[in-house]
Design a protein around this ligand. Structure first.
Ligand code: NIG
Ligand code: FE
Length: 402
């Protein structure tokens, strides 16, 4: 198979003991879709004859970015709801009055496949232009078997039509659809019934739920997780976003890949996640946009050795942003992550939150997804905002600009 030598790169490998896994005079050798060498160019095999050589011109190179939590497929927008919040209504008030997620459900059901696909494709391309090479997409705005399946099919199609890996998550337990008003337990029974069918069609890589006073209880969440477990599917959870429901400990007891949001996470929750190896996915975009003030317990997560990831949480209600780099900046300014933690949070730890071990660092054996940036130092990735320094995006060993 043809080898490509990518020369003249300054590598933040995120592997090894050095801060950033830094290699000043770096080179990468790829074969097909795999990295076969990542290191100092002086350590390249003598007499190497690669089929192709690319001079990266001294660019900073990092692993491809992984956005491990998005709700990318939906109809409409919630700009009017934003306006109402600025006139005094809270996110919970709007949700209780039947707006919020439910208004997006109505707009999603009313939109045809082509419209949903085109809008989601443009959102994905915006993320990709800033270096995203792997993207998680949740359902959760269909809330019926037909519409959940439709949204997950559209997510899968993005992964086949764009140079991008897409991981799909079934989040049917996101909100109660109007036809189940006052019958949350019946809705959970329906979700449990849909899951095997969605899975049989190959539409589900993981199962998620929204465990919150305005959504589903821990007991209801448990029923969804039991259904996932009986299908051999991994779980994740929207946990402790607006209150402490003990959701993280529940998810950890199911070996969850990740718990996400976590502003109200307790010490018990931290311990349970550490013991289960569950990744903490922090979502500074939603924290910022909902003007939350309770900070996720970053120091306790660090002390317990819980891997921390960052994601865009792109959705029309609580985080209508399409810049993962802005999340690095916000992760540092709002949550006091270090720039290196922020970069690990959108690469190696984000990959782990999706159950992926084949990406997130630059090392032999890893998938050849990487990004060349017009930057000198990797701390700049978290420092600038409103600027796109992505110069080249390499996916599975081939240049694939968005
Ligand atoms: O991750 N927390 C629940 N779900 C989304 C928001 C969904 C919406 O408001 O449409 C989130 O923040
Ligand atoms: Fe979310």
């Amino acid at each position: 198979m043809m080898q490509t030598l990518w020369r003249n790169a300054r590598l933040a490998t995120l592997a090894g003991a050095e801060p950033w896994g830094w290699i000043e005079r770096g080179a990468l050798l790829t074969e097909g879709d795999t990295i076969v060498f990542a290191g100092n160019d002086a350590a390249l095999p003598a007499g190497l004859q690669a089929g192709r050589e690319v001079d990266l011109g001294g660019a900073l190179v990092t692993p491809g970015l992984v956005d491990c939590h998005t709700h990318l497929v939906y109809g409409g927008d919630r700009a009017r709801e934003f306006e109402r919040r600025l006139q005094g209504a809270s996110y919970e008030d709007i949700a209780r009055a039947g707006g919020g997620i439910r208004s997006t459900v109505a707009a999603t059901r009313a939109a045809d496949d082509a419209t949903l696909f085109a809008a989601a494709r443009e959102r994905a391309r915006t993320l990709m232009r800033e270096g995203v090479t792997t993207l998680e997409i949740k359902s959760g705005y269909g809330l019926s078997l037909e519409h959940e399946a439709r949204c997950l099919r559209i997510a899968r199609r993005l992964g086949t039509e764009l140079p991008l890996t897409v991981k799909t998550t079934a989040l049917s337990a996101h909100a109660l659809p109007p036809e189940f008003d006052g019958r949350a337990d019946d809705y959970i029974a329906a979700v449990v019934d849909w899951l095997p069918r969605l899975h049989a069609e190959g539409l589900v890589d993981a199962v998620d739920a929204f465990c919150e006073t305005i959504a589903f209880s821990p007991a209801q969440t448990r029923r969804v997780f039991e259904a996932a477990r009986s299908l051999g599917l991994p779980v994740k959870l929207h946990a402790e976003q607006l209150s402490d429901q003990g959701g993280a400990a529940l998810a950890a007891s199911f070996g969850a890949l990740s718990c996400d949001h976590l502003e109200w996470l307790s010490d018990d929750g931290v311990r349970a996640m550490a013991a289960a190896g569950t990744v903490a996915v922090l979502l500074p975009g939603a924290f910022y946009f909902l003007r939350e003030t309770k900070l996720p317990p970053v120091a306790a997560l660090r002390a317990a050795g819980v891997p921390i990831a960052l994601a865009s949480d792109h959705n029309p209600g609580s985080s209508p942003g399409l810049s993962l780099l802005l999340m690095l900046n916000m992760g540092c300014t709002l949550f006091r992550l270090t720039p290196e933690e922020a970069l690990r949070g959108v690469t190696v730890h984000a990959a782990r939150a999706l159950g992926l071990r084949d990406r997130g660092t630059l090392a032999a054996g890893q998938r050849a997804d990487f990004v060349a940036w017009d930057l000198q130092h990797p701390a700049e990735l978290a420092y600038w905002f409103g600027r796109n320094p992505c110069r080249r995006r390499i996916v599975a060993g081939a240049q694939a600009d968005a």
